[in-house]
Ligand binder design. Structure first.
Ligand code: NAP
Length: 255
């Protein structure tokens, strides 16, 4: 059903990777509150997210899958499309991982693990979803979760920085190729959020203090801070937004 509210996601199905926790959970719940049913893709049961989505009056189905290997992405899309009574309209590539070590000591295993989940799988999952949309003669929305390290170098996270910088490039490339097919590809760059991803930083008093001192908003982000940006980019309101990146960072990049 089309409503007059351009931000409404009523009747849409949103596939969100890594929706069991952290930012993915915040995004899934926000999309559900805007009217979407959710396909949560990941390796851990998204029980908490399912309860929160149900509380918003929407459905949440778990497609169990590890995202290290891009070989089975078509299967993920098939399972996602079959799970509810409507196919996926929105893909949020949120799942991501990070490995921390000095560049001098960084291992090939830590390089490959991060690049696999954060970049390779994102590209091939996007390709698999877009193929179904193009085959059906319809469009859709893809939202990639980038990072401040899509713009900056970071410290002790070489593969993470490479993956997130690459993700922004891929966002723009896919936007260029697919905008004319009615597929909007955009990114959100979260700042520093209190999730598992940043546990090591928050456990280090010096790093934690330095980071906080640089955030104009004066606090770490909470997963719920990201929801509105995801709803916007997933909605009709963003039909003419292509290849953009929206920082949601408490002002970090403005400083
Ligand atoms: P998180 O709490 O660690 O969540 C990461 C999610 O990715 C989890 O659902 C995790 O599943 C999933 N994941 C990781 N590796 C996976 C794999 N091999 N197969 C399947 N799922 C996998 O961290 P987060 O902060 O919410 O991160 C979400 C996204 O935001 C990531 O892309 C991250 O890079 C990005 N980001 C975070 C921040 C921040 O400050 N927190 C800032 C910028 C960008 P499991 O629970 O099963 O491990």
């Amino acid at each position: 059903m089309t409503t007059s509210n351009p931000f409404s996601l009523d009747g849409r199905v949103a596939m969100v990777t890594g929706a069991n926790t952290g930012l993915g959970q915040g995004i899934a719940v926000a999309l559900a509150q805007a009217g979407a049913d959710v396909i949560a893709v990941g390796r851990s049961a998204p029980s908490e997210t399912q309860a929160a989505v149900a509380a918003a009056g929407r459905r949440c189905h778990w497609v169990e899958a590890a995202l290290d290997e891009a070989t089975h992405v078509a299967d993920i899309v098939e399972r996602g499309n079959a799970a509810l009574d409507a196919p996926v309209d929105i893909l949020v590539n949120n799942a991501g991982t990070i490995r921390r070590a000095d560049a001098l000591d960084f291992t090939e295993a830590d390089w490959d693990a991060v690049m696999g989940v954060n970049l390779k799988t994102v590209f091939f999952l996007s390709q698999a979803v877009a193929r179904t949309w193009v085959a059906a003669g319809r469009g859709g929305k893809i939202v990639n979760i980038a990072s401040l390290l899509s713009f900056q170098g970071g410290i002790r996270v070489p593969s993470y920085t490479a993956s997130k910088s690459g993700l922004l490039g891929i966002t723009r490339l896919l936007a260029n190729e697919w905008a004319g097919k009615g597929i909007n590809v955009n990114a959100i760059a979260p700042g520093y959020y209190a999730t598992n991803n940043t546990q090591a930083l928050r456990d280090d008093p010096e790093r934690s203090r330095d980071i906080l001192a640089r955030i104009p908003a004066g606090r770490w982000g909470e997963p719920s801070d990201l929801g509105g940006a995801a709803v916007f980019l997933a909605s009709r309101a963003a039909d003419y937004v292509n290849g953009a990146v929206l920082p949601v960072d408490g002002g970090w990049l403005a400083r």
